[in-house]
Design a protein around this ligand. Structure first.
Ligand code: NDP
Length: 499
């Protein structure tokens, strides 16, 4: 292991406070119940920090603050220029505090410090900067109706948004949700995941430093069924934006049917990554590794079903297994680490249980296949990068979201077989295809029902490109101009020109 970089004083101070408070109406406050919960460093299993545990009463105060700020505060009368400046300042401050944010993210989530520093934090800043650009460009339209009327549309903010985010990209998910919501003039109650609340709380300080008026963003850490559920049910919340499991997404869908709150859901996936024999093999191997081991496989669009054309299947699986076994595993704070720990003990149990399920189903682990309790890793939540062969597309490990560093390699005969097998899933979040044949790439891109399709690449994102799912991977799109639709209502106005 290489020496971990020294923790910045700011990070030490942040995690060593007796407990981190929540942000309601511009004030950092304890939970109404006085309760706190622990957030754990997954590389060591030790408590990292204590955090105020929000519940229904805290959500009530936060929603009322967001409602006031929406209806009646300086935010309600802010100009587009004010909001542009603010979002740009947030982006700048994230960059200025990148080291501290990256360290917090890595300690809390486990991901490698290189990913935190070079992917998550700059992408979060980039998302705020991108949405600063949309503030004064989300136009309404003039409508060619009866000429005796002037008919046009206004795009108005939806109102108070409850945003519930997961633990796999904590700061980035906060940026994906907050960026478009604030650009469109909404107010927010944000609930970070219980496993990773720290970077969202630090972001709250940054929002204040940037000059965000009180109550516009409230941050209530706590547990899903309590704090999250209270937000979903609250009558003064106009919209819920959720990223997480399909199971909870369905529950939110059911729960909000009573109030018809606006809802956008970004849920699970079991994405096909399809490698044809005419692909550049080295690129495809690297793409497959990146597709499934990035962020320890805790990625909703991970390429976990790796379809490889039959004639090169054995050779490809063998090369992939060698590369997977050679990936450096260790604490995320070690700059040499490529694969860190899973986020929590629950996730460790879940992923290792799937390793056993896969073996019982008859699959063979040609790399990994077990927890890593090597020297220095004994107390952390490490699972070795795992490559399964002998997998059939209808096995549970090929159909259920594992959310860990586990890939199933499955042979296919030809293009039509690849399409059929690729389709065979409840999900439709993303897919990859590797081939030098341009027409084939385009045909497969059209054939697969998924929200994102990568050709000769995988896990590529940009703030300007929409991201979201078909089928049970959810509805609505994050990012791009498409996300503005989640955060605006369209009002048609008719003016009678004869009076
Ligand atoms: P969840 O869906 O439970 O968590 C996501 C967010 O929803 C968290 O903030 C969580 O709060 C909150 N939440 C949980 N229950 C409710 C509820 N009843 N009402 C409102 N909010 C709720 O996912 P898990 O963390 O339990 O992970 C389980 C699986 O979900 C993973 O193995 C993976 O398959 C999938 N997942 C998918 C993600 C994606 O990016 N699409 C991200 C994370 C997980 P809290 O964590 O505080 O309880």
């Amino acid at each position: 292991m290489a020496a971990a970089p020294a923790l910045s004083q700011a990070v030490q101070d942040f995690v060593r406070a007796p407990f981190r408070k929540m942000l309601i109406d511009g004030n950092w406050v304890a939970a109404a119940s006085g309760k706190t919960f622990e957030t754990v460093n997954p590389a060591t299993g030790e408590v990292l920090a204590n955090v105020a545990e929000g519940d229904a009463e805290d959500v009530e105060r936060a929603v009322r603050a967001a409602r006031r700020a929406f209806d009646d505060g300086p935010w309600a009368t802010s100009t587009p220029t004010d909001r542009v400046k603010l979002l740009l300042r947030v982006a700048d401050l994230i960059e200025q505090n990148a080291q501290e944010l990256a360290q917090l993210e890595t300690l809390d989530n486990g991901k490698s410090i290189n990913e935190s520093l070079n992917v998550d934090i700059p992408s979060a800043a980039g998302t705020f900067r991108y949405y600063a650009g949309w503030v004064d460009k989300a136009y309404g339209q003039t409508i060619p109706s009866d000429p005796t009327f002037f008919n046009f549309t206004l795009r108005e903010p939806v109102g108070v948004c409850g945003q519930i985010i997961p633990w796999n990209f904590p700061l980035l998910m906060a940026a994906w949700k907050l960026g478009p919501a604030l650009a469109c003039g909404n107010t927010v109650v944000l609930k970070p995941a219980e496993q990773t609340p720290l970077s969202a709380l630090r972001l709250g300080e940054i929002l204040q430093e940037a000059g965000l008026p009180d109550g516009v963003v409230n941050i209530v850490p706590g547990f899903g069924p309590t704090a999250g559920g209270a937000l979903v049910r609250h009558p003064l919340v106009d919209k819920i934006a959720f990223t997480g499991s399909t199971e909870v997404g369905k529950e939110i869908h059911r729960e909000t049917s009573g109030t018809l709150k606006r809802v956008s859901l970004e849920l699970g996936g079991k994405s096909p990554n399809i490698v044809f024999a005419d692909a550049n093999v080295e690129d495809a191997v690297q793409g497959a590794l990146m597709g499934v081991f990035f962020n320890q496989g805790q990625v909703c669009c991970a390429g976990t079903r790796l379809f490889v054309e039959q004639k090169m299947h054995d050779e490809f699986a063998d090369t992939l297994a060698k590369h997977a076994s050679a990936m450096q595993q260790g604490p995320g704070m070690d700059p040499a680490t490529r694969v860190g720990p899973l986020v929590s003990k629950e996730q460790l149990d879940r992923v290792t249980s799937y390793l056993e399920i896969g073996k019982k189903e008859g699959a063979k682990a040609v790399a990994g296949g077990e927890r890593n309790t090597g020297k220095g890793l004994e107390k952390g939540y490490f699972v070795k990068p795992t490559v399964f062969t002998g997998v059939k597309n209808d096995m549970r490990i090929a159909q259920e979201e594992i959310f860990g560093p586990v890939v199933s390699v499955i042979p296919f005969k030809d293009e039509s077989d690849a399409g059929l097998q690729g389709h065979h899933t409840l999900y439709g979040l993303a897919a990859g295809v590797w081939t030098k044949d341009v027409s084939k790439a385009h045909r497969v891109a059209r054939a697969i029902r998924a929200g994102t399709l990568w050709v000769n690449c995988y896990n590529v994102f940009g703030a300007s490109a929409p991201f979201g799912g078909y089928k049970q991977s959810g509805y609505g799109r994050d990012l791009g101009k498409h996300a503005l639709d989640n955060y605006t209502e369209t009002k048609a106005v008719w003016v009678d020109l004869r009076r």
